[in-house]
Design a binder for this molecule. Structure first.
Ligand SMILES: [Zn+2]
Length: 308
């Protein structure tokens, strides 16, 4: 891996959802041109920093590729496009402004380099992963991040679809040497990381099923049982993951839901319908609600049962 071919500029938007901030990548395409992946949030200082990095390297930004539409990844694209006149590339389902929609396995050619896009839904419907074959590097956005796991929360997130994306990356990119994710540090053992992610999802699902085999349970009860070790402020995020598993299991006919004839208690409501200002600072609230897909005004609570 040539050190200088890929440069990272980190946005100043740290939060529990974004780790130290969103990673923007600049890739030398040859011939003086560069790709930018994920211009990040709509922070003018960050867009300035991306342009300064390109100038320092002697590169002209010729294409802007966006992994997905969440507010910590995409809104900077419009600002950067305005400054550089470079076209913006995105998934066909992207709802932010873009010039070109990419098909699965289509590539963007710039300078002497092809940057391949592949559909990678699950965290978000409009998620792309980019493959820089010359360096055997995957740019994974929020599909795989530098540390910890990602949020897979309905309605934008779908657990089975996410698991299929992880399986595909593992199957089709066994020659990958590096993963550069949307947050955190570079991953130098991509296959081990993908195996870890795949196993983690299976073991969490097993825990959800084991809880239900012991008796019907609500989402807050499942969270209290299987996420006992994480700080309680993060339980609302955990609840969204549990929902994602339950939706998948319900769809597969392994679990059924029944709405209880009582409203959620205050404690349950705090997990199902959290006050996000207690989890993140005001500036990060839009990111948190996009990531978590939280529904407001929860008035009912469901109990889930294992179908024998
Ligand atoms: Zn995201």
């Amino acid at each position: 891996m040539s050190e200088s071919r890929v440069r990272r500029v980190r946005a100043a938007n740290p939060s529990p959802m974004t780790l130290d901030g969103t990673n923007t990548y600049l890739i030398d395409a040859g011939g003086g041109d560069a790709f930018v992946i994920d211009p990040g949030p709509a922070l003018p200082e960050h867009v300035e920093a991306i342009c300064a990095e390109a100038e320092d390297a002697g590169w002209t930004i010729g294409a802007i590729a966006v992994t997905h539409g969440h507010p910590d990844h995409a809104p900077g694209a419009a600002l950067l496009a305005e400054k550089t006149r470079a076209p913006v590339y995105a998934h066909p389902e992207a709802r932010f402004p873009h010039d070109f929609a990419l098909a699965d396995w289509e590539y963007i050619t710039l300078g002497e380099t092809d940057l391949r896009a592949l559909y990678a839904p699950g965290h978000a419907r409009d998620h792309l992963v980019f493959w820089l074959e010359d360096e055997a590097t995957l740019f994974t956005g929020d599909v795989v991040i530098g540390s910890g796991t990602v949020v897979v929360a309905p309605p934008g997130g779908d657990m089975r679809v996410y698991q299929a994306t992880l399986d595909r990356l593992r199957r089709e990119f066994s020659n990958a040497r590096q993963i550069d994710g949307g947050h955190g540090e570079s991953i130098l053992d991509p296959l081990a990381k993908l195996d870890e992610y795949i196993a983690h999802r299976k073991s969490r699902e097993r825990e959800v099923l084991e809880t239900l085999e012991a008796g019907a349970a609500t989402v807050p009860a499942i969270v209290a049982r299987i996420y006992a070790a994480i700080p309680h402020e993060l339980w609302p995020a955990a609840a969204r993951q549990v929902f994602a598993y339950l939706i998948a299991l319900e769809r597969e006919g392994r679990v059924k839901a029944k709405t209880l004839d009582r409203p959620p208690s205050d404690q349950e409501a705090a997990i199902l319908d959290p006050d996000l200002s207690r989890i993140v600072d005001p500036a990060s609230r839009a990111v948190a609600s996009a990531e978590l897909g939280i529904e407001r005004g929860v008035t009912t609570i469901d109990e889930y049962a294992f179908i024998r």
